[in-house]
Design a protein. Structure first.
Length: 220
């Protein structure tokens, strides 16, 4: 196992609490393969069978839902250590609920469902970690569903307030492009741009490139 793959597994919540040598010993008990993906390459399409646990060991993966009208909702951005759609691995006839593609050159470690069961039986910590992962995913998806019912302005305001809290400042750095942010919020790019323009015209925010300064949080 190369060092990048090992570091990706060490960053994975599934192996939380395990020492490096314990992870290596566990992985010696199962079969796995590391797949490489170029930017834009598709890892899975919506409806594809989900028969493996996929762990991002380097790079980034984007999980998206494509609507019939061409609307795109980015559900999540997966970094090194993230599991892809873990809740559907043990579902009978489980299928990927989203499309997953590489944002940049990435590597994914793939373990079959039977080998995942082996790991779970060998160390109870793995089982508890998987429960925690699934619980966090349920919480995340619940918040996503709530976001879908909001207006464009409410979605943008919620994003700004969330980033203010995360970054600890009224001046936030937006790391996403306008298109990426629109996908994240499940809205059209022009709707996002129009909303930001209106908020700036109303004196609620001030925009400078990818930085947004909140002038009056009461109006968000």
């Amino acid at each position: 196992m190369d060092i990048d793959t090992l570091n990706g597994l060490k960053a994975c919540q599934l192996f939380k609490g395990l020492a490096e040598n314990e992870i290596i010993d566990l992985m010696h008990q199962v079969r796995y393969r590391v797949h490489e993906y170029e930017r834009g390459e598709v890892v899975a399409l919506t409806g594809d069978p989900c028969r493996h646990a996929n762990i991002v060991v380097s790079g980034e993966m984007s999980a998206k839902i494509y609507g019939s009208s061409g609307r795109v909702i980015r559900m999540n951005l997966h970094h090194s250590g993230h599991l892809l759609a873990p809740a559907f691995l043990f579902v009978k006839d489980g299928q990927y609920p989203v499309a997953i593609e590489a944002v940049c050159k990435s590597r994914v470690l793939r373990i079959g469902a039977d080998d995942v069961r082996t790991i779970l039986s060998l160390d109870p910590r793995i089982a508890m970690n998987l429960i925690a992962i699934l619980s966090n995913n349920i919480s995340f998806l619940t918040k996503k569903v709530g976001l879908l019912s909001m207006t464009v302005r409410e979605k943008v305001g919620n994003y700004i307030k969330t980033e203010m809290k995360r970054q600890g400042s009224k001046s936030i750095a937006v790391t996403l492009s306008r298109q990426q942010l629109a996908d994240e919020l499940g809205i059209q790019k022009y709707s996002l741009q129009r909303c930001l323009h209106e908020l700036q015209e109303e004196g609620v925010i001030r925009i400078d490139g990818r930085r947004i300064d909140v002038v009056d949080i009461r109006l968000l």
